[in-house]
Design a protein around this ligand. Structure first.
Ligand code: G4P
Length: 298
């Protein structure tokens, strides 16, 4: 559960029923794939570390060693990311912050996986399997950066490994050198959005496509969330008065932003649809700065 930040506000949380792809099939496919790998690399979005994790993944991976990659860390608050990394490590899961667009942090990936598999590697070596290929399954929600990770680790051209059991069009192996292979999975990972805020946070970051949500309501809710987690950045970007921020419902903030930006229609009416698109786009491209929407709870 995510803490509700905006209890006293007027805009209702956006209800999102979004089922990315065929989950039963994916679940079955993942259960099959898990037998083919030595470890799992779970990618989460560093801006929404709770919402971007799949609640049933631990069941699917059946106790396989796992590492967490906090991706898009270039857009998240670095201090929050540090706290999350510590939390994962305290819970016994090694984790690193990465930026799969630039490749930052990815040098630590192979050593991290080797470290979690240290005992297993020692057993292989004792049985004469020195330099045995290590196979890792990459999982994560849509848009979290799975393809970017694989592309970066393959250094440009995707080096697909073709003739391997269990290879389908949607699930392929990639050799990244150093005796490592990655298994790409479709990464479609939800039972349902039980917590409205999960769906909403994923819509804020763009993991859920805008076609399934009302963008003006979504932008209003995003503004209310930003009042709680990043009021200074919000005021600076949109020339808002910080003192009046907390009383205003998100839709009013949206109107003010539209007005300040000169987004007016005939008769001086603010074009809130345009303002909503601008707010969502600017948040998603980190124009308001590096913001983490979900903090580690004490
Ligand atoms: P997926 O396979 O998990 O679905 O995700 P994918 O790699 O396609 O990444 C989804 C989007 O997120 C892409 O942007 C990608 O460039 C971006 N992305 C991935 N990792 C990072 C990161 O660490 N930092 C930032 N800032 N962005 C990242 P796109 O707009 O869909 O494509 P493009 O603009 O890169 O062409």
């Amino acid at each position: 559960m995510i803490k509700k930040e905006t209890a006293a506000r007027e805009t209702e949380a956006v209800s999102i029923q979004w089922f990315p792809g065929h989950m039963t099939r994916t679940k079955r496919q993942m259960e099959k794939c898990i037998r083919l790998v030595d470890a799992v690399a779970e990618i989460v979005d560093a801006r929404v570390p709770v919402s971007s994790r799949n609640p049933v993944l631990h069941k699917l991976i059946q106790g396989k060693p796992r590492v967490i990659l906090m991706n898009k860390s270039d857009m998240a608050d670095p201090e929050e990311t540090k706290r999350w990394l510590q939390r994962y490590r305290d819970q016994g899961t090694p984790a690193i912050a990465v930026d799969c667009r630039s490749g930052k942090g990815l040098n630590s990936f192979v050593p991290l996986v080797r470290e979690v598999l240290r005992d297993r590697i020692a057993v292989w070596e004792s049985k004469g399997m020195v330099g045995r290929t290590i196979r890792v399954m990459v999982v994560g929600i849509p848009n979290v950066g799975k393809s970017s990770l694989i592309n970066k680790l393959c250094r440009g051209g995707k080096a697909a490994v073709a003739d391997r059991p269990g290879v389908t069009r949607e699930n392929r192996w990639f050799s990244i050198g150093k005796g490592f292979e990655l298994l790409d999975t479709p990464g479609v990972l939800w039972p349902k959005f039980e917590d409205k805020l999960v769906g909403e946070h994923l819509a804020f970051t763009g993991a859920v496509k805008d076609e399934v949500v009302d963008t003006e309501t979504l932008a209003s809710r995003l503004l209310e969330t930003l009042v709680e987690v990043a009021p200074h950045a919000l005021c600076e970007r949109y020339r808002l008065e910080e003192s009046s921020l907390s009383e205003k419902p998100g839709y009013e903030l949206l109107e003010t932003i539209g007005k300040n930006r000169g987004m007016l229609m005939a008769g001086g009416v603010v074009n809130t649809e345009r303002a909503a698109a601008a707010v969502l786009d600017e948040f998603r491209s980190a124009k308001l700065g590096r913001i983490t929407l979900e903090q580690v709870e004490e």
